[in-house]
Structure formats: C-alpha cells, structure tokens
Design a protein around this ligand. Structure first.
Ligand code: PGA
Length: 253
C-alpha cells in the first residue's frame, strides 16, 4: 500500500517562507524512497516555489488546496486544474472541512470538483468527516456514506477503474481539526473501517489499494500511534506541518 504523509499549509506562508520550508523538506528527503509519498498542499501563490524545490525528488510532490471545475471562464477568484498543473501541482485537496463548513461547499460541488480534477490529470485527496453535532446524533455512518457516495455516483466508470495512485481519502473529524483534540484510537479505527467498507461498496476490491489518511490535530507525539492503526495509510497534517522540523518528525514516525 502506498502511504502518504501530507502537509496542509492552509492560508499560511509567504513565498519566501514557503521556499525556505520546502527547501528544508527537500534537503531532508532528497534520497528518501517514494513510499511514503510526502505531499505539501500549499497556497496557490506558493505552488511554483514548492514544486521547484521538490523537482526530481521521488518522495515529494506539491498540491493545491482547492480548484474550480472548469478550464477557464468568468469565475472571479477561482482557479482551474490546468492552472494548478501549470504552477507545478500534482495533487489537489477537495472537500476539506474548512471549504465545506466555512466556505459553504456542498456535496454536489465537491463531486464536480473531484471528477473534473481527475479528468484534467490532477490526483485528488478527498476529505470527509463528521461534525461534533453529527457524531453526537449518531450520524457518523450516514455522513461518511453521503460524502463518499455523492462523489462516486458522479464519477464515470472508466475513472473509477483508474483511481489507484491518483486518489486518496482523508478522514478528518471536524471536531479534531485545529482543536488539539485528536480522535481516540477506537474512534479512528471505527471511522477508517467504515470508510474502507464504503469505498469497497463504491469501487469493489480496488478499495483495498486506495490510501485512507487520518487528519485532525496530528502531532509528532501521536503520529506513530495513529500510523500503527488498521486502515490508516497516512496522515494529513495542518498546524504541525508549518514547521519543517515538526513535519519531518511526523514523516519519520
Ligand atoms: P490540524 O489540521 O492538523 O491543524 O488539526 C488538519 C487539517 O485541517 O487538514
């Protein structure tokens, strides 16, 4: 199984700061094997500097944090997969909880973005996860099912058959993101087993080969424990990825 350790820099870092951080990662991982893959989801304005620092390093790739499902057009403020690839992105995050809950994206838009980005040659990391309210209402399964099925229902069969190496799911309980409250191992095991089963219902046995990452208050101190859990094939790291030394400790775990 391909493992992935991913950094989500969110709306942090100027181009100079991004270059410094990317170069520190490049220096540390220049000769590292390509498994685990180490991805950095950088702000749009930093994509080119990150991609340049990572060029020709097998373990490292740059990604964007969002995209719009059109090649070009009158979509003020949006950015297309073609533009992201042109800036050096190989991956894109789709449906991050901050896009869903702060910016108001719904499942239909997340599905359109996923299909379009894959069609345009970007690899997609689809983020799913329940709010605290949904969890307390016993809606974990229903939420994950809705978030995953809406994407796969929109995906043509030919795409579903070609996801390996180009698609990953990040399970991020919304109540654990940026709160310092990491999900307990039992909660992670339950949710990841659910995601794996739902994936299998959508695409069959190939689900076994799609990485499922955990995200939400991952730190150097809890990374190894999380990576040791069944069905956890990687980590998506926000706050603790901003400092290259702390992120490298997580990669090393
Ligand atoms: P966090 O963010 O690690 O700061 O909780 C994770 C994410 O939003 O991807």
């Amino acid at each position: 199984m391909q493992k992935i350790i991913a950094a989500n820099w969110k709306m942090y870092k100027t181009r100079d700061q991004a270059a410094q951080c990317a170069e520190a990662l490049a220096d540390a991982l220049r000769t590292a094997p390509a498994n685990p893959a180490v991805l950095v989801f950088a702000p749009f304005t930093c994509l080119d500097v990150v991609a340049k620092a990572f060029a020709a390093i097998p373990a490292l790739a740059a990604g964007a944090q969002d995209c719009y499902p059109a090649d070009e057009g009158a979509f003020t403020g949006e950015i297309s997969p073609l533009m992201l690839r042109d800036a050096g992105a190989a991956w894109v995050l789709v449906g991050h909880s901050e896009r869903r809950h702060v910016l108001g994206e719904d499942d239909a838009l997340v599905a359109r973005k996923t299909t379009f980005a894959l069609e345009k040659g970007l690899s997609v990391m689809l983020c799913v996860g329940e709010t605290l309210e949904e969890r307390e209402a016993g809606a974990l399964t229903a939420v994950l099912q809705r978030q995953l099925e809406s994407v796969f229902d929109a995906l043509p069969q030919s795409r579903r058959d070609a996801l390996e190496g180009h698609f990953a799911v990040a399970y991020e309980p919304v109540w654990a993101i940026g709160t310092g409250r990491v999900a307990g191992h039992a909660e992670v095991l339950e949710a990841h087993a659910l995601v794996r089963n739902l994936l299998a219902r959508c695409i069959g046995p190939a689900a076994e080969r799609l990485p499922v990452l955990y995200g939400g208050s991952v730190k150097p101190a809890n990374a190894a424990g999380l990576m040791g859990l069944d069905n956890v094939d990687g980590l998506l790291v926000g706050g603790a990825s901003l400092d290259p030394q702390s992120f490298l400790q997580i990669v090393g775990a």
